[in-house]
Design a protein around this ligand. Structure first.
Ligand SMILES: [Zn+2]
Length: 82
């Protein structure tokens, strides 16, 4: 199903972010879900968790990022805790 409106805008923004950052755009080109934290696709991680259906946009997070986020929250301080 082709993307439209806000979903398409976000898709293109991510695509161009990856291009600028020199990251592979494969995930965006194939429309394969990727971790919105680290950019890994489902094939590169153990598990990819989808955002709830009621979320305003499509998002995923991988098991590794969940672990790192949980650590950061548990320590109330971490690489992503600002
Ligand atoms: Zn990740």
């Amino acid at each position: 199903m082709p993307l439209t409106g806000e979903a398409k805008r976000q898709y293109m923004a991510e695509y161009h972010r990856r291009r600028r950052a020199g990251l592979p755009t494969r995930a965006a080109e194939d429309d394969v879900p990727w971790c919105n934290f680290c950019g890994c696709t489902a094939a590169e991680v153990h598990a990819l968790v989808k955002a709830p259906d009621e979320a305003p946009y499509r998002a995923h997070i991988c098991d590794q990022c969940v672990e790192r986020a949980a650590d950061a929250v548990a320590q109330r301080r971490g690489p992503w805790w600002r």
